[in-house]
Design a protein around this ligand. Structure first.
Ligand code: FES
Length: 562
């Protein structure tokens, strides 16, 4: 998608004064105040999207990363100019970062388009930042390379290796079950996030970094080096050099992205047992690129791709193990029979050409398995259809309890994430057979928070119940685990079948048959539908705009007008 804007470097996207030469002269004059002369300004300009923020601990060392990218740009003969955009930290943003992903994408797109740059390096990392940046950059149509913050290093507590956030959840579940004291949970709290960087399990940030590399949008090996490492900075330097080459060749997102490159990303997602959130983000990214991709593509791809990577929550390892084992290039090498190797990358080489020099997974490591000796079966992610989710729902089968993947039980309903606060009320008389329903948490209902992995009621947890079937129109964190059906579409807030469920209705989940059904007669559902009223809209601002234009989860939850 070309921008249609003439000129290069500082002459791109001229400010409108009605006199183009005056606009150029004014730019040179103001940039002189920053010490730039014509020697600098004749170079290709590489913008650097900087999402440093005191509120974003995952990007803690991003200022160093910016400097490293600048060095790479200068070495390759370009002029680097960094600029800030919205930064979204998963834990410090209310009610959910997903409500702001599309706003961040708009910010990124418009700032790339409004300012002069021949290529751009996107520095993101924490969950929504990477898909938001890529969505925006695809729409802006300027050559780009994505450079992620990289994962934290693991911490330890009383001899146990641990990290965010699968272990956050495991220890919290133990605390709720009375297995940890107040003192112990406080010690754990201080040990979970040992360094800056993104969550170091195969959560959304790690998954998005890996699928972005599979899409050909990072330099080789860009996904896995830890945030505090020299290798992370080296990837940033390489990204800067790469961006100058992209500026010179004009290789645009539309030259790199294809249906085949997305199918490669889906294969990697399945082999990782990666975050279900990546499904929403990849659908949105493909839609921005004008590439047909559906939920069923995810199911079909996962059905033929075994789990190869031993990383929590589907496995036991951490991102630093994946990095030491060779990272995403070695994983891609092992997946070669399942990949489209003629897809293009930001290096201006095809994926196949890049993988020609990559060694096979070493016998000395156990993190990256082979197709002949996988860690787990195919079908790590499954897409469900049925009377409860006519437009689809997803489940991370690799993180679910096998015995619950075929289950029929009575519904117990929570109307919102706030309403779920009463989950520990023994008066609800929830049994392990119940199916816990959370609704009004879809894109329209609540911006799609990661609330779908409802906690096990405390009175069941202390009896040793570790998992139950849960169903919602929400998302769940990529670091979470359990038998949790998510992203039900259409969502409750637009009148999807989830809105019509009543306490005690029978729900049936059958992952093998890819079904999720509400076992209530159609005539009764029609009667209930006639009584249903849509919720009130927010009065103003971004939230109003979001509710009026956001698409359903099966379409990527992007804004319809983007
Ligand atoms: Fe930022 Fe997990 S909170 S990646």
């Amino acid at each position: 998608m070309a921008t249609g804007d003439e000129g290069k470097g500082i002459e791109r996207h001229l400010t409108s004064y009605g006199d183009r030469e005056f606009s150029k002269y004014m730019r040179r004059a103001f940039l002189a105040s920053a010490g730039y002369d014509r020697h600098d300004l004749d170079r290709p300009i590489v913008g650097i999207v900087d999402t440093s923020s005191d509120y974003n601990t995952c990007h803690r060392q991003m200022p160093e990363m910016v400097q490293a990218v600048k060095r790479g740009v200068l070495e390759a003969g370009g002029l680097p100019l960094a600029f800030p955009t919205i930064s979204l930290h998963e834990i410090l943003t209310a009610p959910t970062t997903m409500l702001f992903r599309n706003l961040a994408a708009m910010d990124t797109e418009e700032m790339i388009r409004a300012q002069p740059m021949d290529a751009v390096v996107l520095l993101g990392g924490c969950d929504k930042t990477v898909p938001a940046q890529i969505m925006g950059a695809i729409s802006a149509g300027v050559p780009f390379v994505s450079a992620v913050a990289g994962p934290m290093l693991t911490g330890s507590w009383r001899g146990q290796r641990l990290g965010a956030c699968t272990d956050c959840r495991r220890f919290w579940a133990q605390y709720r079950a009375g297995e940890l004291t107040d003192t112990e949970i406080r010690e754990v709290e201080q040990s979970l996030c040992a360094t800056g960087g993104t969550c170091m399990v195969m959560g959304t940030a790690s998954t998005m970094a890996a699928v972005t590399e599979a899409l050909g949008l990072t330099v080789p090996g860009g996904a896995a080096p830890p945030h505090p490492s020299g290798e992370r900075l080296l990837r940033c330097v390489e990204s800067g050099r790469c961006a100058v080459r992209l500026a010179e060749t004009g290789l645009c997102p539309s030259d790199i992205l294809s249906r085949e490159s997305f199918l490669n990303a889906l294969t990697v997602l399945a082999a990782l047992g990666g975050s279900t959130n990546a499904i929403v983000h990849l659908l949105a990214m493909a839609r921005r690129a004008g590439i047909a991709l559906t939920l069923d593509d995810f199911d079909r791809t996962a059905a033929k791709t075994p789990l190869l990577v031993d990383c929590k929550p589907a496995g036991m390892g951490y991102m630093e193990d994946l990095h030491r084992a060779g990272g995403v290039p070695v994983l891609l090498r092992e997946l070669m029979p399942l990949l489209h190797l003629d897809t293009m990358t930001v290096t201006c080489k095809t994926l196949g050409a890049l993988l020609a020099d990559v060694p096979a997974a070493g016998a000395w490591q156990t993190t990256i398995r082979t197709l002949e000796n996988p860690l787990g079966p195919t079908g790590a992610l499954a897409v469900l259809h049925g009377s409860l989710c006519p437009d689809g729902a997803v489940i991370k089968a690799a993180a679910a309890t096998p015995a619950l993947m075929k289950h029929r039980g009575p519904a117990v309903i929570f109307e919102s994430a706030e309403d779920a606060q009463r989950i520990d009320d023994p008066g609800l008389a929830i049994t392990p057979d119940h199916v816990m329903i959370l609704r009004n948490c879809g894109p329209v209902g609540a911006g799609m928070p990661e609330a779908g992995c409802l906690p096990i009621p405390k009175y069941l947890a202390v009896q040793g119940v570790k998992d139950m079937v849960r169903v919602s129109d929400a998302r769940m964190s990529g670091t979470a685990y359990g038998t949790v059906a998510l992203h039900c579409a259409p969502e409750a807030a637009v009148g999807g079948p989830l809105a019509l469920v009543r306490n005690g209705d029978k729900i049936e989940l059958n992952v093998e048959e890819r079904r999720l059904d509400l076992l209530v007669e159609p005539a009764e559902l029609e009667r209930r539908r006639s009584e249903w009223a849509s919720p009130a809209k927010p009065e103003r601002g971004w939230r109003r705009l979001h509710v009026e234009h956001v698409l359903q989860a099966n379409l990527g939850a992007d804004m319809a007008f983007l």
